[in-house]
Design a protein around this ligand. Structure first.
Ligand code: ZN
Length: 184
């Protein structure tokens, strides 16, 4: 096999994103369970604990986002070529969870944000190129006629006369067929 055992995926980004996503999902789920279990009981402030549909929905969204972030983390390992593309979405999703469910998700969100940032900057390591052919037999080398790019025609694309429709060079000032001027 190839010599150097350099990791072929962003290991730090993978770990941070995966752990961050799991934390976001788990903490959201636990928050929901806690609110649900304590529902109706009184807090020290004398207020009743309530789990409103809005909070349920918010926590559900946070759980789903955490799952997506965790999935993105696994992608960074299984498909390293896609890691970079997932970087920014992970950051955005993690920031969203901060607004959704507040400080309880702070650690998970921060981990995911850092992981996403690393992934977004990560450069897929160059694949070891196959050895170039050492024998330049027929079929190799510069094709006859040179490799220069074709020269565009002088004056660029042509233009058509608005009077007779004849094609004229772009630099023409008068139509070669009917003599009409190509005035500005
Ligand atoms: Zn003309």
């Amino acid at each position: 096999m190839y010599g150097t055992p350099t990791p072929s995926y962003p290991r730090t980004a993978y770990l941070l994103t995966l752990v961050g996503g799991v934390l976001i999902a788990v903490i959201s789920a636990l928050s929901g369970l806690a609110l649900w279990a304590l529902q109706g009981s009184e807090t020290v402030l004398g207020m009743k604990v309530q789990l409103t549909p809005t909070e349920e929905g918010t926590l559900a969204v946070a759980i789903m986002i955490g799952a997506v972030v965790a999935y993105a983390g696994t992608v960074m390992k299984s498909r390293p070529a896609a890691a970079r593309a997932w970087g920014i979405p992970v950051i955005v999703l993690a920031i969203v969870t901060l607004f959704l469910a507040g400080g309880g998700l702070f650690i998970g969100a921060i981990l995911a944000i850092v992981g996403g940032a690393i992934a977004a900057r990560w450069k897929f390591p160059a694949v070891p190129a196959p050895a170039p052919p050492t024998f330049a037999g027929p079929g190799y080398g510069t094709p006859p006629g040179g490799t220069g790019t074709p020269t565009p025609p002088l004056g660029g694309p042509g233009k058509y006369c608005i009077h007779c429709g004849a094609a004229n060079p772009a630099i023409a000032r008068f139509c070669a067929k009917c003599g009409a001027g190509f005035g500005p």
